[in-house]
Design a binder for this molecule. Structure first.
Ligand code: FPP
Length: 238
């Protein structure tokens, strides 16, 4: 089971696509934001569990570049939960996580941006798990930003096109300097990536589980780790 895996020593990086909040709420006759509220509680518990297990990095997909298409009240609800979490629940000194926010934060509210910067700065020296929270994140958008930054450098004469390699591109992503995810877990029964960590997932294992995110428990993560342990990863070799 999960406990047999030396997660920190192996530098395990898990990506989570927190899906199914809306369906969870609908099944109970509740507004969609009630599902997101329960999802936010699960998010916190699972981050703690990852830390307890010694997982090296955990990346959570909280809001995509496409999620702005949702009704304004739902977007405001998710942003509100995110802010509550940043303000009240997150004790970066106690939890010892190094927090990084993945995504384009420029369209976010100014106070949110300030809080995010403060938490990233304040947790930079922490030695525990890297906790990535993807907010206004899109894999394609991330690549567009990287390409623009590289093209700008080429135009200014600081870089030759033939100097562009995979490492250089990785270094321009929001996850610069981090290990690629070993596996990406998506609950809710949907089997797609939805624009999450597109470049980084080249050799990630995918684990899909038939449970809605608000019902996701530590036990489900144990099961996923167990399944991951049985996968044979060859990275294109034999
Ligand atoms: C996907 O489920 C979930 C989201 C788009 C939002 C996830 C947000 C949270 C868990 C809470 C806020 C985050 C933090 C970090 C505190 P869905 O709404 O697409 O579900 P459905 O497919 O059942 O409709």
């Amino acid at each position: 089971m999960a406990q047999q895996l030396d997660t920190r020593a192996e530098g395990l990086h898990i990506g989570f696509i927190m899906d199914g909040n809306g369906r969870w709420a609908k099944k109970r006759g509740l507004p969609r934001n009630a599902g997101h509220r329960k999802g936010a509680q699960v998010f916190q518990d699972i981050t703690r569990y990852c830390n307890e297990l010694g997982v090296a990095s955990a990346s959570f997909y909280a809001f995509s570049t496409e999620n702005w298409k949702r009704p304004a009240a739902e977007v405001a609800g998710i942003m509100g939960l995110f802010k509550d979490y940043l303000v009240k629940a997150f004790d970066y000194k106690k939890e010892n996580n190094r927090v990084c926010f993945l995504g384009d934060r420029t369209p976010l509210a100014k106070d949110l941006q300030e809080l995010m910067a403060e938490i990233e700065e304040g947790s930079r020296q922490n030695t525990g798990m890297i906790l990535n929270v993807a907010i206004n994140y899109g894999g394609r958008d991330e690549l567009v930003h990287a390409v623009r930054s590289i093209a700008g450098q080429v135009r200014e004469g600081g870089l030759l096109p033939e100097q562009i390699d995979e490492q250089l591109i990785s270094d321009r992503l929001y996850t610069a300097g981090q290990k690629d995810p070993d596996f990406i877990l998506r609950p809710s029964g949907e089997m797609r990536l939805s624009n999450f960590l597109l470049w980084q997932c080249a050799y990630s294992e995918f684990i899909y589980m038939d449970v809605l995110w608000p019902d996701f428990t530590r036990h489900h993560l144990d099961l996923a780790l167990d399944e991951y342990n049985h996968r044979s990863r060859r990275f294109g070799g034999i």
